[in-house]
Design a protein around this ligand. Structure first.
Ligand SMILES: Cc1cc2nc3c(=O)[nH]c(=O)nc-3n(C[C@H](O)[C@H](O)[C@H](O)COP(=O)(O)OP(=O)(O)OC[C@H]3O[C@@H](n4cnc5c(N)ncnc54)[C@H](O)[C@@H]3O)c2cc1C
Length: 477
């Protein structure tokens, strides 16, 4: 873009959203142009912050007329660089953070209608105040937005019970790439009037339009919880325990998280105020949580189910049921501290993968061997940090490289390690992108592994909705 064109664009955008809706100062843009991991750095002439859907539509029309690509951004907590612009200076960021109104709540229909820029924790609060429960829960819930959750089809810790974001949305409002507004804000559980248009935008990572509003599903409030830490001598034990708890506790099983001993050690080493829940080491650990609308009996149910599992030889290394809320929180701190611990420990090659739950033990054995071979080929000491949402088959199968390793060496090792892990994922019929999105991190990997016919159908949808390819170019596809 020539400078005069850029100036004209910024002027038009300022006219559309007002002075408080544009950020042109490079220092003030810093929180938008860089991702939180510090992996990607982009450059834009302007960050636009529309206050509502009408302003968003005007912004899109102006950008379309100027052939200016749009990178939509919510809370900027994504893990795959999807919300970071490129370094050309030719793209603009449209931030949804000023669109943060709870629009309506309907307790009888169990729905909550919000602007896309509403922070996830605020949506949870709004549901709670109405005596209801919005179950999406993840480490970034204090900063990520409903629009970002939808655009990445976020998962988190309760997918096992409630599904991921795709399962939690009934209606959407979207500004299309030509600036028209699609009002699909319906709170219906049945609507067979044709193609699932709503589903197209879930997981679209800003490539098909800007989500500006959503109707979310609510559930009865969970008034009691029981939490336990379990040690296992192999992964097969945890897979068997998951099945056992599903049978014994049914819908009450809210979370079944897994950490390898290496992942736990990393947290104990790098995160303050943490300590191991049980004496001695176990190859694998599980953090299990039950929840119920009825306040009594949950603790007993969990204790009995675990005692029976131990008696039957399902659990090798024991279990502890949290005796207080503080102890339960201490367990969760260990699970949630892994991201932070990894950042402190050194360069990490991340894999966000999904597998059939039954295939997890065999996958982990084979992938471990493949990683060892790939690391040996690069002459590196690599440590697998394996953790994730075992209850829904999602592993964060990460590889920690030596601290201080030069960026070029990290890059070279990443290529080898990605191939080693993702080839095994493909062999087990899994997915190389489970909940963090493809963004720019896994775009090349997606092209390598996705069925060409599926890629062709996705491109056909992209071209039909965004023929000028202005929505988040360089991401996902
Ligand atoms: C500590 C931590 C823990 C996390 N744990 C989990 C977890 O357990 N599970 C999980 O799934 N994720 C997790 N994440 C990742 C992240 O929080 C989610 O991907 C979240 O859904 C992103 O929301 P956001 O508003 O920050 O989106 P952003 O990061 O701003 O954007 C993400 C993508 O969505 C697009 N987008 C954003 N808003 C819109 C919109 N309104 N319309 C169209 N496109 C849009 C962007 O263009 C980009 O492609 C975690 C992140 C952190 C930092």
């Amino acid at each position: 873009m020539a400078d005069t064109n850029t100036e004209l664009l910024v002027r038009r955008l300022r006219e559309a959203v007002g002075a408080e809706g544009v950020v042109t100062d490079a220092q003030q843009q810093a929180g938008y142009t860089r991702d939180w991991l510090g992996k990607w750095q982009g450059r834009v002439p302007v960050v636009v912050r529309p206050a509502d859907t009408t302003e968003t539509a005007a912004v899109v029309r102006i950008c379309r007329a100027a052939h200016t690509p749009i990178v939509t951004q919510g809370g900027n907590t994504g893990m795959s660089g999807g919300a970071t612009p490129d370094a050309s200076g030719a793209q603009v960021i449209v931030s949804t953070t000023r669109m943060n109104r709870v629009r309506a709540i309907d307790p009888l229909n169990n729905t909550l209608t919000v602007d896309a820029g509403v922070i996830l924790a605020h949506a949870q609060d709004a549901a709670r105040q109405a005596g209801r429960f919005f179950p999406l829960s993840l480490g970034a819930e204090g900063s990520c937005t409903i629009g970002g959750n939808l655009a990445t089809n976020a998962g988190g810790i309760a997918v096992l019970r409630y599904g991921n974001m795709r399962d939690l949305v009934l209606g959407l409002e979207v500004v299309l790439p030509d600036g028209r507004i699609w009002d699909g804000l319906r709170g219906l559980r049945k609507d067979n009037t044709g193609y699932d248009l709503r589903g197209l935008f879930v997981g679209s990572e800003g490539t098909l339009g800007i989500i500006t509003g959503a109707v979310l599903k609510l559930f009865p409030q969970v008034s009691a919880r029981a939490t336990a830490w379990v040690g296992a001598s192999d992964l097969q034990q945890l897979v068997a325990l998951l099945e056992r708890l599903r049978a014994a506790c049914g819908e009450r099983l809210l979370a079944f998280e897994m950490l390898s001993q290496d992942a736990l050690d990393l947290v104990l080493q790098h995160v303050t105020d943490t300590r191991a829940p049980m004496a001695g080491a176990s190859p694998f650990h599980a953090l299990v949580e039950l929840g119920d609308t009825a306040p009594h009996g949950l603790q007993d149910m969990l204790e009995q189910a675990l005692a029976q599992a131990m008696e039957d030889g399902l659990i090798g290394d024991g279990a502890v049921v949290a005796a207080s809320q503080a102890q339960a929180q201490a367990f969760w701190k260990l699970r949630e501290g892994i991201s932070q611990a990894q950042v402190r420990a050194g360069p990490v090659v991340k894999h966000d993968i999904a597998l059939p739950i039954s295939a997890l033990p065999a996958f982990v054995a084979e992938a471990g061997a493949a990683v060892r071979d790939a690391a040996a080929a690069s002459g590196l000491a690599a440590r697998v940090i394996n953790f994730g949402h075992l209850g829904d088959g999602n592993l964060h199968y990460n590889v920690l490289l030596p601290a201080g390793l030069a960026p070029e060496a990290v890059k070279a090792a990443t290529v080898l390690l990605n191939r080693a892990v993702h080839d095994r994922v493909a062999a087990f019929n899994g997915s190389i992108s489970a909940e963090h999105g493809v963004g720019q991190l896994r775009r090349d990997e997606l092209r390598h592994y996705k069925d060409p016919l599926e890629m062709e159908m996705m491109m056909a949808i992209k071209r039909a909705l965004d023929p000028n390819l202005i929505m988040n170019p360089g991401k996902l596809l």
